[in-house]
Design a protein around this ligand. Structure first.
Ligand SMILES: [Zn+2]
Length: 135
């Protein structure tokens, strides 16, 4: 059966608002939850304030991951935005993705309505994963 990720309505709103707030720069953060349920969003500061890249110090990421583990959730995905381009991983994104067990979420603001894409990443590239909001 095909895997489908369920994103809670609350964090979907939080993610979209954070992305919009950081425009014209890329926003970034972590998404945690259980298995295929995304339940918490943890915004991070993009230290390079770039329109096409993001960077967060390793120490800050590790602290945030510890905060997530303390809530007994799992780190599911790393989130970032593409302020002006499509929601497709760049070669920079793929090169810098730290761990194939963690997914990649990209929100694009290229068009009027923002678009969220959820990807699995491996050596051969990326795979689009379906997601939905619980009704
Ligand atoms: Zn990117």
């Amino acid at each position: 059966m095909e895997e489908v990720i369920e994103i809670s309505n609350t964090i979907y709103q939080e993610i979209m608002e954070e992305g919009k707030k950081q425009l014209p720069y890329e926003a970034c953060g972590l998404i945690s939850g259980h298995y295929n349920k995304a339940q918490s969003f943890w915004p991070l500061v993009n230290e390079i304030r770039s329109r096409n890249k993001f960077f967060v110090s390793k120490k800050i990421v590790q602290q945030k991951i510890q905060d997530i583990l303390n809530t007994r959730e799992q780190l599911l995905a790393i989130f970032h935005t593409h302020p002006t381009t499509a929601a497709i991983p760049s070669s920079y994104d793929l090169r810098n993705h730290p761990d194939a067990n963690i997914d990649m979420v990209i929100v694009s603001y290229k068009f009027d309505s923002p678009q969220l894409k959820w990807y699995k990443i491996d050596q051969s590239g990326y795979k689009n994963i379906s997601w939905l909001l619980p009704s």
